[in-house]
Design a protein around this ligand. Structure first.
Ligand SMILES: NC(=O)c1ccc[n+]([C@@H]2O[C@H](COP(=O)([O-])OP(=O)(O)OC[C@H]3O[C@@H](n4cnc5c(N)ncnc54)[C@H](OP(=O)(O)O)[C@@H]3O)[C@@H](O)[C@H]2O)c1
Length: 235
């Protein structure tokens, strides 16, 4: 299997690489980072820099790939150096909203656009993005986090729409949105205070759960939103 891990420099992305590199059936892992090349080295892993918000960068990266069996997009943003997710609409800022859309939603479509030919091998294949339960419109009970929620809801719509298109053109591929559960990474660090310890997963734990879900998916189940425990979430 040839695997592509986008956002391999993040907490969840690195755990995907560590886990998959150990599998005998995995031949190569094309991993991407944005800012700093991670120290993680493995004979199966090839690191490349890519800004997944830029079409030219995604296109250039895709041209270095051969066939893909699994693509996992683990890129995301919740807060930046000077911006936190909104507690109230009073804090809403259009630039932060657009930044969330650019990093959390648009890349899945850029990746699909530039990698689709790599899935034409006909073998069962997987194309997934790590989304977030807070992107579920139906499941929204607490409010807040306008930009992040909206960007993950947009991502979910992109995934559902892509699944419909690829059911016709690439029926060997199962497409999914995944919720990892609250996971101890830089992204969640400032928001872990009220999370009970049994509900805060290590990256290895959450990726172990998500891989169990992914291993069981078939192309007939394309276009769905899955939680780490195998529960199908409402859009
Ligand atoms: N942690 C949680 O509790 C949790 C819960 C629900 C959903 N999620 C989702 O899980 C995914 C992974 O998050 P994480 O917790 O692993 O966060 P993380 O450790 O902060 O990793 C974020 C990743 O996104 C990459 N990235 C950001 N902007 C980018 C850009 N313009 N181009 C390319 N890469 C970019 C980062 O690359 P660099 O570091 O190289 O910039 C990094 O690899 C995200 O989609 C997040 O929304 C996480």
């Amino acid at each position: 299997m040839n695997i592509a891990i986008i956002g391999g420099s993040g907490g969840i992305g690195q755990a995907f690489i560590n886990n998959l590199a150990k599998r005998d059936e995995v031949h190569s892992i094309d991993a991407t980072f944005n800012r700093n090349k991670p120290e993680l080295q493995h004979p199966k892993v090839r690191w490349q820099a890519m800004d997944v918000t830029q079409a030219a960068s995604v296109e250039a990266w895709s041209q270095t790939l051969r066939e893909i069996d699994w693509l996992v997009n683990a890129v995301g943003v919740l807060h930046t150096q000077d911006k936190r997710p909104e507690k109230s609409v009073r804090q809403f800022d259009s630039d932060f909203f657009v930044q969330n859309m650019l990093i959390n939603a648009a890349p899945t479509l850029l990746l699909a656009r530039f990698t689709q030919d790599k899935f034409k091998h006909g073998r069962p294949a997987v194309f997934v993005t790590v989304s977030a339960r807070v992107g579920s419109i139906e499941d929204n009970r607490l409010g807040g986090w306008y930009s992040y929620r909206a960007s993950k809801a947009a991502l979910n719509m992109c995934i559902k729409t892509l699944a419909i298109e690829w059911q016709r053109t690439l029926p060997n591929v199962v497409i999914a949105a995944l919720h990892p559960g609250t996971t101890d990474t830089a992204l969640s660090k400032p928001f872990q205070k009220n999370v009970p310890s049994h509900k805060l997963f290590s990256s290895d734990q959450s990726v172990g759960y998500m891989l169990k879900v992914l291993n069981g998916l078939t192309p007939a189940e394309t276009g769905r939103f899955w939680a780490y425990n195998g529960e199908q979430l409402p859009w």
